[in-house]
Design a protein around this ligand. Sequence first.
Ligand SMILES: Cc1cc2nc3c(=O)[nH]c(=O)nc-3n(C[C@H](O)[C@H](O)[C@H](O)COP(=O)(O)OP(=O)(O)OC[C@H]3O[C@@H](n4cnc5c(N)ncnc54)[C@H](O)[C@@H]3O)c2cc1C
Length: 491
Amino acid sequence: MARSKQAVIIGGGFAGLSAACYMARAGYRVVLLEKNKKVGGRAQSAEDASFKFDLGPNWYIMPDIYEDFFHDFGASPDEHYKLTKLSPAFRIFTPEGSYFDALEPERMADQLDSFSHGDGIGFKRLLNRSKVVYSSYKLGLMQESWLSKFPGLKPKVFSTLFRLPKGTVASRNAEFIKSRDGKSMVDSLSHFLGGTADKIPAPYSFLPYTIFEQGVWHPEGGFSSVVESFKQIAQKLGVEIYEGYEVERVEVQYGVASAVVIKGIEERIPADIVISAGDYLSSESMLEPIYQSYSLDFWKSKKYSPSAIVVSLGLNTKVPNLLHHNTFTNPTPSDLNTRVWPSQIGTFNVACPSFTQPDLAPDGGEVLTITIPIPAGLPDEEAALRRLVSQAYEKISAVTGINIQSAIVKEHITSSSYFKSMFKAPGGSVAGLAQYKNQVFQNRPRLKSKKLSNLFYAGQDTNPGSGVGFAIVSGKLAAYAALGKKPEAKL
Ligand SMILES: Cc1cc2nc3c(=O)[nH]c(=O)nc-3n(C[C@H](O)[C@H](O)[C@H](O)COP(=O)(O)OP(=O)(O)OC[C@H]3O[C@@H](n4cnc5c(N)ncnc54)[C@H](O)[C@@H]3O)c2cc1C
């Protein structure tokens, strides 16, 4: 196929890589520019001779979305990386230090019934309902690009929105689960959507189904294997990928985005289509104000998902009592919507991928990744950061019987400033705009520029939202919008 038209993709996270693949498949010459040394966006990894860490996502959930992507290119995930289903899916530590496991549904229901009689059937009902929510959402909303003037009036969108539950994820969970620990466990799943269960609208109450029925998986080698496979597919399709090149501005001529200009070298890459797949606000800052779709007041009115302290540890000992994924719950979570460093650690996660894949650490050692949510927009404060990290070490030491601090041979900590400088993330937010009531569906920033007909946006700040799976879908939606095609919804 003669490739006469050129699409330029800004940003090589999952959204940018996905958009690049669909544009290349449609016959475009595609140039992808990534400012960092490696594509993958938030899914960066680090390794030395002994340990290998994921610095970003480590929960591989909603496997169907990855499969859909691969199938669109005549491939499947297992041709690229080995997936292991985690069983139990994760371990939940209560504030008192006891624990219970996220088991397969039947055993989970028995377990929850022992916490509070009636929670067993409540859990089964929640699972069944969340399965229906997921299929309605996936068929009716996930592939919706929200571009028409009144998208909520489209019959499919309208009937789906009408059928989906009202309220928040927390109020929905509370209808079914009464015990404190059972509720903190299902509520804690909301962090995958970039927020807390009391703020995320109930149409997103599908996580119990995705976690307990579809399962939580580990890609061998961690998320870098998934990134590598996306890169390979893109390159096979002819996408030119340039890593270490930051786009400084998008040029406009005769009312269209005509080229992008690379920072430092002033190289100008002409474009027929531009898809900007970084954080939306920073994408807009590459345009003169008259070509930006949203005002600064719009952005000031928005709530971002929390930032996080991510602690990667190489340990010289095995750590008993942890599974691959572990959630330390706290029913009185720290307020993540303030601008104040929390004095006490709230709910946090500990991943121990060497539990499933021992070769990520040397013999007898372990890799741990501790993710501690903190409010976005905090000033750097080493003492406050260290206080929360020490609290996490104490809690992990208490339940494992290992003095974590003295077992550390490698410690790598990132926090807000890393997310700001690496990804231009406002306030160092981990997952972009939170999926709160007035920030979803038609209220989320649009995939298509309001000012320039050939400029599109992809990524976690657009629909469907945050998380690797949704970023992949957003790349497809942006490419389809650019191609004037309607994406097909499939279960
Ligand atoms: C610590 C952490 C844990 C997470 N855990 C999970 C998890 O377990 N499971 C899950 O599904 N999701 C998780 N997420 C969320 C998930 O990683 C993101 O939602 C998703 O990766 C976002 O992809 P994206 O392509 O939209 O954006 P990004 O990954 O941010 O990619 C955008 C890219 O654009 C580049 N860019 C920006 N501006 C420019 C420019 N001017 N020129 C060139 N390049 C530019 C950036 O460098 C970046 O590489 C986590 C995120 C973090 C940070």
